[in-house]
Ligand binder design. Structure first.
Ligand SMILES: [Zn+2]
Ligand SMILES: [Zn+2]
Length: 646
């Protein structure tokens, strides 16, 4: 709070700019009541001088304030953190000796860590959830008390985790406790006024978690849950979680036989024939788009540390690189490349360039390695080995606006092909950075005016830029509303200095180019994970590893079915024939499980009339009979236009 007035009155400024006076020590609840009974009922918490407090918090100095209701985003955090307390209340009633760790709200809900003799079972969770419902029905107020250290130590004498935290609090810190019904917790707050405010919640899962995230300390049991103010919001969230589970690319990757992992190569996918087909299709598509105006190059995978010393990676990024032993020096002084940029600078710097050649756009799909800690690895979204659709553009400062417009259109139209919608974020200088303020002013100014010239809306992300320059990030929303950060356009004034890159200007003198780092997919691996989940494995026909499966009704049509398949292959389609001796229904079912877009059934009548009975994925038992030529025309057209069908 800004200052304490000499009198025992405080002057509080409301969001509409009006000022009200109250006795010092007034609480949010009293303020809300003084404004109106409607607000008093709706109030969840109060923001005092930028900090969210609960409604029982005494305000002792002048400050701007805002009463928060369910409509404010901060209120949801308050509700969820309160839900964590209510969960702890229930756990303590059922497991009276449970030790109590941390219980914060998180992005999509809350958790609490407990020290208990055994992991919680699904039955425990049900029981805890039922007990939480009782605690909310009793509508206990959250009672705040400020206590001194001795009182706090006495109160939590039976819980070593709490005692440890009390011992770390500074002497000038206020120690506060909150009690809701049978349970008292050491906490700073804020909380909702009473347990009855929690109405729509769900416990989701459990996980082991080290006390304080330290693997040398004891393992606690974490329970995750979520809570919302509105029932339909909770239901929509649970539905989204269920959808995400159903679409999980790790499961679908196995079921659709796309990739696998092996403990001998952690974080490095093995691509099956089908997965490799998918990978190559995406790569071919990107190559196609970059056929003109780009130079595709390949550079070495392994480098001497000298390169990383110039680029700054040896100092700042070494722990993320796979170091390699050099037999001649006996030292680990080489490394697999974690990114392509420095090798592209070497390539550019090897020749003299005229301003007339710029912009020069190098693109590369080389394999990269990053030494991610094994605990962070997850399916295809966090891997150690991957390939990017990487591009580095060398250009004159005056070319930045045109280039940024061109790249932005390129990236957005690429996402459109997959039915992904993107939002643009403009990220500015981070706290830890290289380069002086003048450089950053120039870089941010150039990128921002280039971005504004596109006419597209964007969000500002202050402090989120790369350490060498500002960037535009492309966040993409998938079919179930989750967002993923994919593409990026990063402006770099620093690398050209470090690598002494030049071009000869119109004036015949040397000048520094600017570098733009650009990626569209990010990595193919992660992009494929996103596509699998976005499409729930139902790839549009142009991307499906197997586009058509031909099914002869009986052996008598096997030869005709193979002939039809050959014609389809000749037309460029990826086709399999299932002439196994299973029943037709069984084979159709297998094709459905494997999510094949088209199944072409060939019976006697079809064989004689050069036609097929087509089953389209997602259309149930419906069959349409058409000639083989009509089928080829239709499907090759869909593939050529990359239509999002079937
Ligand atoms: Zn709390
Ligand atoms: Zn780069």
């Amino acid at each position: 709070m800004s200052q304490t007035t000499a009198t025992s009155q405080v002057r509080l400024t409301l969001p509409d700019g009006s000022v009200r006076e109250y006795p010092a020590g007034v609480t949010g609840r009293e303020i809300a009541e003084s404004i109106g009974p409607g607000l008093a009922k709706a109030a969840v918490a109060i923001r005092v001088d930028g900090t969210v407090r609960d409604l029982m918090f005494p305000i002792r100095g002048d400050a701007p304030i805002a009463i928060l209701t369910e409509r404010d985003r901060e209120s949801l955090d308050v509700l969820r953190h309160s839900a964590a307390h209510i969960m702890a209340t229930a756990v303590r009633e059922i497991f009276p000796t449970a030790g109590i760790g941390f219980g914060p709200s998180i992005d999509e809900g809350f958790y609490y860590d407990f020290e208990v003799p055994r992991p919680f079972t699904p039955e425990d969770l049900e029981q805890i959830e039922a007990r939480m419902a009782e605690v909310t029905r009793k509508d206990y107020p959250f009672v705040r008390e400020e206590v001194d250290r001795d009182a706090a130590n006495r109160r939590f004498a039976d819980d070593p985790l709490k005692l440890e935290r009390i011992s770390e609090l500074g002497d000038d810190e206020v120690i506060s406790t909150y009690t809701d019904g049978t349970f008292t917790d050491l906490c700073r707050g804020p909380h909702v006024p009473s347990t009855g405010r929690l109405k729509h919640f769900k416990l989701l899962n459990t996980a082991g978690a080290y006390w304080r995230g330290d693997s040398r300390r004891q393992m606690l049991q974490r329970i995750y849950g979520t809570a919302f103010f509105k029932k339909d919001e909770l239901e929509a969230h649970l539905h989204r979680l269920e959808e995400a589970r159903r679409r999980d690319h790790r499961r679908l990757g196995r079921e659709l036989d796309l990739f696998m992992f092996h403990p001998f190569a952690p974080g490095a996918p093995f691509w099956t024939d089908r997965g490799t087909t998918l990978y190559n299709l995406l790569n071919a598509f990107m190559r196609d788009l970059q056929r003109s105006g780009y130079q595709e190059i390949k550079t070495p995978l392994l480098y001497n540390k000298g390169l990383w010393e110039i680029s700054g990676h040896w100092g700042k990024y070494k722990e993320n690189m796979f170091l390699v032993l050099d037999n001649e020096t006996g030292e680990h002084d080489s490394s697999l490349k974690p990114m392509n940029c420095p090798s592209h600078y070497l390539m550019y710097g090897a020749n003299k360039h005229s301003y007339r050649e710029l912009p020069i756009r190098y693109t590369t799909y080389d394999v990269l390695h990053r030494n991610e800690v094994s605990g962070a690895l997850s399916g295809l979204t966090r891997v150690r080995q991957f390939q990017q659709d990487d591009c580095h553009i060398f250009l004159m400062p005056s070319q930045i606006p045109d280039e940024v417009r061109r790249l932005t259109q390129f990236i957005l139209s690429y996402y459109q092909v997959f039915g992904l919608t993107a939002t643009l974020k403009f990220a500015t200088r981070p706290e830890v950075r290289i380069g002086d303020d003048a450089m950053w002013d120039a870089a941010e100014g150039a990128l921002r005016s280039a971005l504004e010239a596109t006419g597209l809306p964007y969000e500002l992300k202050p402090g989120d830029g790369a350490f060498y320059g500002p960037k535009i990030d492309f966040d993409v929303a998938d079919s179930i509303g989750r967002t993923w950060q994919l593409g990026t356009i990063q402006l770099d004034y620093n690398a050209p200095e470090r690598f002494d890159l030049k071009y000869v200007g119109e004036d015949n003198h040397d000048h520094r180019p600017v570098v733009i780092h650009r990626a569209v997919n990010g990595s193919f691996e992660r992009f494929i994970a996103i596509l699998i989940e976005h499409f729930a494995g139902l790839f549009p026909v142009w991307l499906a590893p197997e586009q058509v499966r031909v099914l002869p009704i009986s052996d008598a049509q096997a030869a005709a079915a193979h002939a039809v398949a050959d014609r389809m292959r000749a037309a460029g389609l990826r086709v399999a024939v299932d002439d196994s001796h299973e029943t037709l229904n069984y084979r159709i079912r297998a094709g459905e499980v494997e999510k094949v877009p088209y199944m072409a059934v060939v019976g006697q009548r079809e064989a004689e009339s050069d036609s097929l009975a087509l089953r389209v994925r997602g259309s149930g038992k419906k069959q349409e009979v058409l000639t083989v030529d009509a089928f080829l025309e239709r499907v090759t057209g869909e593939v050529r236009t990359r239509a999002l069908v079937p």
